[in-house]
Design a protein around this ligand. Structure first.
Ligand SMILES: Cc1cc2nc3c(=O)[nH]c(=O)nc-3n(C[C@H](O)[C@H](O)[C@H](O)COP(=O)(O)O)c2cc1C
Length: 344
């Protein structure tokens, strides 16, 4: 079964499914597996503090094109507090331009957590002028930001609701409500829906709203190829949707597994309050420490970034099986819905 959409055509992929970026962790092998399976694998912005992130991203891109001929993408967090954002925005486009194989296969840049404009520099312009098919999407957690992104000139939007794992916004709006609002106001903008997706039912619902693809984080963590610790994969398949909560992270709210870490962290409910209490350096160090703990498998004390979709994930499977079953189930759902409407 092939479901072709505006987004699959833009990105040069078979299936309307992307892996969501999951920095500061490595998703290099997952990227290869998702792209090989016909979706679009996305490399993460590796290091919260910015240490070595440029070299890490270059190495990851080289690894991907050595292991697959298929297209892939990458993430840059452009947050004000992200120390390496400007450096990556300038140097990665130049690196891509100098590497023909990477230039051919890298069709997607997702910026997030800050302004989409940071990437609009002369290096990115040159990359586009030199024949690259790269498309720039930005994560929008609200209609206000979606409109700003479109005015800035993005090629598309990743609409991410508050049920999603990891970085969230203060707006705290669900993917379903956000999508309805943005589709009505911006009907012609290519959209990738993100946050809460893990099944064919989810993909079918997104497609029926005119969305071009879905991106999944938690579902792909619980895949055989993902480099995350088995303790995280195992807790996902045992958990309910209610086992996560929002707490305050460096860039704003983060959705995490409820555990010792989450219970020690409150939730600052708005941006103004957060800005007024910025104690940057120590906060970053603390968050990185707890993220690293979780990556090493300490799911009791670490910051275990996960979405509510863990409540609908029942097993650890290979990426190809995950993608094929989601696409097949989506087709069945859409056919059933269509037949119901026609009373067949
Ligand atoms: C472990 C983890 C790390 C994440 N790191 C990032 C990141 O570095 N940049 C980003 O834009 N989003 C990040 N996110 C958010 C995901 O890209 C995506 O929005 C989220 O996983 C979607 O929800 P889902 O987990 O229900 O699929 C992260 C999510 C997780 C679970």
């Amino acid at each position: 079964m092939v479901i072709e959409t505006n987004v699959t055509k833009m990105l040069g992929i078979k299936h309307p499914i992307l892996s969501a970026p999951m920095g500061p962790f490595y998703t290099t092998k997952l990227t290869v597996a998702v792209s090989e399976a016909g979706g679009l694998g996305v490399l993460s912005h590796i290091n919260l503090t910015g240490k070595n992130s440029l070299d890490e991203l270059k190495k990851a891109m080289e690894y991907v094109v050595e292991h697959t001929e298929k297209n892939f993408g990458f993430n840059i967090r452009t947050a004000r507090l992200q120390p390496d954002a400007i450096k990556l925005c300038r140097q990665i486009p130049r690196f891509i331009m100098e590497n023909p194989k990477i230039k051919e296969q890298c069709t997607y840049l997702i910026t997030s957590a800050g302004s989409p404009r940071l990437i609009y520099n002369k290096h990115f312009e040159k990359l586009k002028e030199s024949g690259s098919n790269i498309k720039h999407f930005h994560v929008a957690p609200s209609l206000y930001l979606a409109e700003k992104c479109v005015n800035s000139g993005v090629d598309g939007l990743v609409i991410t609701g508050s049920e999603g794992g990891g970085h969230q916004s203060y707006e705290n709006i669900s993917t379903l409500v956000l999508l309805q609002r943005i589709r009505k106001k911006l009907p012609d903008v290519p959209i990738i829906a993100c946050g809460g997706y893990a099944t064919g039912e989810g993909l079918a619902s997104a497609l029926s709203m005119g969305v071009g693809a879905i991106a999944m984080g938690s579902r792909f963590i619980s895949s055989k190829e993902c480099q995350f610790h088995d303790n995280i994969k195992n807790v996902i398949i045992k958990s309910e949707a209610s086992d996560t909560e929002l707490v305050t992270g460096v860039f704003g709210p983060i959705r995490v597994l409820i555990n010792e870490f989450s219970q020690k962290h409150g939730l600052v409910s708005n941006k103004a309050e957060k800005l007024s209490e910025e104690t940057l350096a120590s906060e970053i160090v603390d968050e990185v420490k707890h993220l690293e703990m979780s990556y090493e498998g300490n799911i009791k004390d670490g910051a275990v970034l996960l979405g509510q979709s863990i409540g609908i994930i029942e097993n650890v499977e290979g990426v190809s099986d995950i993608i094929n079953s989601i696409v097949n189930d989506a087709e069945k759902c859409l056919t059933t819905a269509f037949n119901n409407i026609l009373n067949k």
